[in-house]
Design a protein around this ligand. Structure first.
Ligand SMILES: *Cc1c(COP(=O)(O)O)cnc(C)c1O
Length: 390
């Protein structure tokens, strides 16, 4: 079937929730992805920060297929080694104590929200259910994580959402302090770098003030690392750039390296909040996804993280002050370039020139594989720069 028939088939039968680019992808290797016509693109999006080690990476593929050939699923009624090993690996590398596995980022956040609601209800009273999140945040598409998301345009058509969420402006320590003083607060949820909101890093002062407020008031701090996690920002998790210790870390996207898996990691304060029957997921901790995630997490070492930071420096210096570029923001290999012209136009031009990148609000968003080769990165950056400059 040719590309045009696939596109019309998709348009006819797949729910119209996505604005897709007119490209049918069929295969790839590393940071190169190939469309149905055989055209190659440099992948600067990684399937939205999912393919941590690129496409069909040999080590990852071997880990996943070895598990796939043994046992693909068990349900959570039984033990499996990949699930137990992944939980241990995550706890060893973060200092967290327990992990709940889900299938997506939204579900990882749902788990985090349930944990803080239960913790606060038991410790302070049922009226302590309100969760503070930030204006311009993104936490997922379920009705509860939409309620957590601090962007009104996502809310309008789906009322009523889960009650008990308030939003304060990012980087406004006064507003956060006031919300904590005035409300009966169960938890605070934030991204260290707002991804969908336009690749906006929080200030260190704000993140640290939030952590201190939470510690002083015995309010669990939840950091949403769905996009920022798993090496993306140049540390294993973005909170590690800020010198804080959250009580809960949720992650997904890059964790499985291309397979659907999410994790809600719980620190000391909340490690025993969830008990038998409190939460569950049929696929959660699936052995194939966990085998992929063990492979990903065990390869994110200091050398790789240093490489991520060096490539980040390269991207920042290439775009800062470049013609047609207003600003550059982000952290690690999560970068938002604000072009003078509309971001979508730049992305379309890049597709033509053989580079896939994303948008976030009015920015061109770059989320390449953590191990993108320097020559591919340089070539992609030149093409994106040219598209901005034109
Ligand atoms: C993508 C994302 C989510 C939602 O993840 P899904 O896997 O799409 O449910 C939640 N939070 C952040 C910060 C994200 O970037």
């Amino acid at each position: 079937m040719n590309m045009d028939s696939i596109i019309s088939l998709d348009k006819e039968y797949v729910a119209g929730t996505y604005g897709r680019f007119p490209v049918e992808l069929v295969s790839g290797k590393g940071s190169i992805v190939t469309d149905a016509a055989g055209k190659e693109y440099i992948d600067m999006g990684s399937g939205i920060a999912v393919n941590s080690f690129g496409i069909a990476d040999d080590v990852w593929t071997a880990a996943v297929t070895a598990q796939l050939g043994k046992l693909q699923h068990t349900s959570n009624l039984y033990y499996t080694e990949p699930c137990a090993r992944l939980a241990q690996l995550l706890c060893d590398k973060t200092g967290m104590k327990k992990v709940f596995f889900s299938n997506s980022g939204a579900e990882a956040n749902e788990c985090a929200i349930k944990v803080v609601r239960k913790y606060s209800a038991e410790k302070k009273g049922a009226e302590y259910y309100t969760i503070i999140t930030l204006v311009n945040s993104f936490h997922g598409r379920t009705l509860t994580t939409l309620a957590a998301t601090g962007q009104d345009h996502f809310h309008e058509l789906f009322q009523p959402l889960t009650p008990g969420f308030i939003h304060v402006p990012a980087n406004d320590i006064g507003a956060l302090t006031e919300a904590v003083e005035k409300g009966k607060i169960a938890g605070i949820l934030m991204e260290c770098v707002q991804g969908e909101g336009g690749v906006m890093p929080l200030t260190a002062e704000f993140v640290q003030a939030a952590a201190k407020l939470c510690r002083d008031k015995d309010i669990p701090l939840m950091i949403d690392e769905v996009q920022t996690g798993n090496g993306r920002t140049g540390q294993l998790y973005a909170y590690m750039n800020f010198g804080i210790e959250p009580d809960i870390v949720s992650t997904a996207k890059g964790l499985g390296g291309g397979l659907p898996i999410g994790a809600c990691m719980m620190g000391e304060k909340v490690q025993n909040v969830l008990g038998p029957g409190d939460h569950g997921s049929t696929y959660g901790g699936n052995p194939v996804c966990c085998a992929g995630a063990v492979s990903v997490i065990s390869r994110i070492d200091d050398a790789l993280l240093a490489e991520v930071r060096a490539k980040s420096d390269y991207i920042f210096s290439a775009f800062e002050g470049a013609p047609g570029v207003e600003s550059v923001a982000g952290m690690g290999l999560m970068v938002g370039v604000k072009p003078v012209k509309p971001a979508k136009e730049v992305v379309m031009k890049c597709i033509e020139q053989g580079v896939l990148c994303l948008t976030a609000k009015d920015k061109v968003r770059l989320l390449p594989a953590l191990n993108i080769p320097m020559d591919a990165l340089k070539k992609a950056v030149e093409i994106i720069k040219a598209a901005c400059a034109e």
